[in-house]
Design a protein around this ligand. Sequence first.
Ligand SMILES: Nc1ncnc2c1ncn2[C@@H]1O[C@H](COP(=O)(O)OP(=O)(O)OP(=O)(O)O)[C@@H](O)[C@H]1O
Ligand SMILES: [Mg+2]
Length: 305
Amino acid sequence: MRNLSRHPQTAIHVRTVSKSFGHMGKHALRDVSFTVDEGQFAVLLGPSGCGKTTLLRMLGGLIEADHGDVRVHGHAPVPGPKIGMVFQSFRLVPWMTVAQNVNFALGPLSLAKSERRDRVHQVLGRVGLARFHSAYPHMLSGGMMQRVALARALVCEPRVLLMDEPFAALDAHTRELMQNELRRLVDRQGITTVFVTHSVDEALILGNQIIILSPRPGRVVEHLPVKFRDRAAHDDPRDQIGFAETRKYLANRLKDLVLNDPGSDFYDPSRSPNTMSARHIVNMKDPDTRSGLHTTGDVVAFVKH
Ligand SMILES: Nc1ncnc2c1ncn2[C@@H]1O[C@H](COP(=O)(O)OP(=O)(O)OP(=O)(O)O)[C@@H](O)[C@H]1O
Ligand SMILES: [Mg+2]
C-alpha cells in the first residue's frame, strides 16, 4: 500500500492574491502565492505594515482578496471552530472569567457539559493557567491574557491554526515554554499552522518553512524550508549547525528590506544602499548554483529566486 504520509496534502493554498484598502486603492498585498502542506508550520516574516495580519485575516475567512484565490482544505475559508485564530489583540470578554472565555469558544460545538469542562481544564493546564480559571481578564498580565487567547484557539482542536505574534508579550522564559508546548501540540495533533512573528529566532525554532514578505505592497520575496525544529525535544535548536548563519542571513535580509526596498516606510533614496547586508546575502548563497544556503556541506535552507 502507498504510504500517504509521504505525499502530504496541501492544506493552504494562496494563489496570486492582491488586496487594497481605502479610496486611494493602496495595495497592502500584491500577487502573493504560496502553499502549506497538511501539518506543516509556516512562519510569515516581514517588516511592519507588509500585510501579515491582512493575510492571516484572509486565511481565517474574515476578509476577502480583491484578486486571486485563498483555499483552506480546498474551500474558501469560513470562520469557525476548524480554524483557530490568535490575534495581536487578545479580544477577551471582560465580564467573563478565564474559564468562561475559553468555554465560550466551544459555543458552536455540540459537546456534553462534562467534555466542555474537561477540555477547558486541560487546555488551561497546557498554557499554565489552571490556577487562574476563575480570574477575570483585568486581573491578568498581558502575557497571561495572551495565553488565554491561545487556550481559546486550541480548545476547539482546530485543523488549522493562525497566529499573529502570539508570544510577543511574554517574558523570555515563558515564551520558550510556550514555543515548546505549541510545537509539541501542533505536531501531535497534526495541525497546519501559519504563524506571524518579528523574531527571527522564533521563526527558526518553530517553522518548517519561512515566508518573507516585502514592505508595501507585501510580496513573497523568499520561501525557505528550514529544519531546525525537527530536533529531538531535549536539544536546543540554537546549538544546531547552521542555526547562527541562517539567523544572520534572515536578520540581514529583513534589514535590507526595511532600508533598501522602495516600499518601506524607512526607505531613503538619498542614502547609499546597505551594502553590508547585501554582501552577506551573496556570501550565504551557494557559490555554484547560487540557490542554496550551505554550512559545512549540510544544507539547512534553500533560497528560491
Ligand atoms: N482595515 C484597514 N483599512 C485600511 N488599511 C488597512 C486596513 N488593514 C490594514 N491596512 C493597511 O494594510 C497594510 C498592511 O497592514 P497589516 O496590519 O496587514 O500589516 P502587518 O504586516 O501585520 O504589520 P505589523 O507587523 O505592524 O503588525 C498597512 O499599510 C495598513 O495600513
Ligand atoms: Mg500585524
